[in-house]
Design a protein around this ligand. Structure first.
Ligand code: 13P
Length: 252
């Protein structure tokens, strides 16, 4: 059975005190939930990772990073490497978020290198991708998504896929309040699984968790999560509010 995952990407929100408080509140609010085969993840900013890990101790909550640099070390002012994250207890890193691609010029090639650095350090990644509105309108969404996945991940061997979580985030649905319909999400997730099966095999395709992201709220989470190829969500805005995030976790 595939692992179900609800992950909160906090983006550039929450200072140290707010991060600790949100984790504390979340700990309390999900305490009674069984959460079998389900992971609960939060991704605070770099500077708050250590204090957040401490705050999440003795709970189901996993703390992950939002990004990293592909090099081990060197003259890359302002950057942070996989081994540095690993050294403070981080096990998972989000890569390829559309905001990174758009505002920080992240490319498929650079992302492939980041994925390699993640694996070299025995970490795991939540790898994000998704089409722009114009891609969907011009009916290119499947090609765009296929290229994003193939260019950054198809050089990996089968075993490496145990450390990959995919997150399909159509850019037009991020922070816009416009969600992909459950059918649109299912259609794309099934397509993603089919291209992985074609490249590798059914075992790899069936084993990878594929999350949906883009304006997931407690009100629409259940319907989206009910689809067979949707294994959870990557949540932005609604992850900043403990009641909303808890509602989404309950939906899974
Ligand atoms: P929203 O849930 O705010 O649309 O953001 C989704 C997202 O970008 C998660 O990474």
């Amino acid at each position: 059975m595939r692992t179900k995952i609800v992950a909160g990407n906090w983006k550039m929100n929450n200072d140290k005190k707010e991060s600790k408080q949100l984790i504390k509140d979340l700990k309390k609010s999900i305490k009674a939930e069984k959460l079998e085969n389900t992971r609960v993840i939060v991704a605070p900013t770099f500077v708050n990772l250590s204090s957040s890990i401490k705050a999440a101790k003795n709970s189901k909550i996993e703390v992950v990073a939002q990004n990293m640099h592909q090099a081990k070390n060197g003259a890359y002012t302002g950057e942070i490497s996989a081994n540095m994250l690993k050294a403070i207890g981080i096990k998972t890193v989000i890569l390829g978020h559309s905001e990174r691609r758009t505002y920080f010029n992240e490319t498929d090639k650079g992302l492939a290198e980041k994925v390699d650095a993640v694996l070299e350090n025995e970490l795991e990644t939540i790898f994000c991708f998704g089409e722009l509105l114009e891609d969907r309108k011009s009916d290119h969404h499947f090609t765009v998504v296929k290229d994003q996945i193939a260019n950054a991940l198809f050089h990996l061997d089968k075993v490496a896929w145990k450390s990959i979580i995919l997150a399909y985030e159509p850019v037009w649905a991020i922070g816009t309040g416009e969600t992909a319909s459950a059918e649109q999400a299912q259609e794309m997730h099934a397509f993603i699984r089919s291209i992985i099966e074609k490249k590798y095999n059914k075992e790899v395709a069936d084993g990878v968790s594929i999350l949906y992201g883009g304006s997931v709220k407690p009100a629409n989470a259940e319907e989206i999560f009910s689809k067979p190829d949707v294994d959870g969500g990557l949540i932005g805005g609604a992850a900043l509010n403990v009641a909303d995030f808890t509602g989404i976790i309950k939906a899974i």
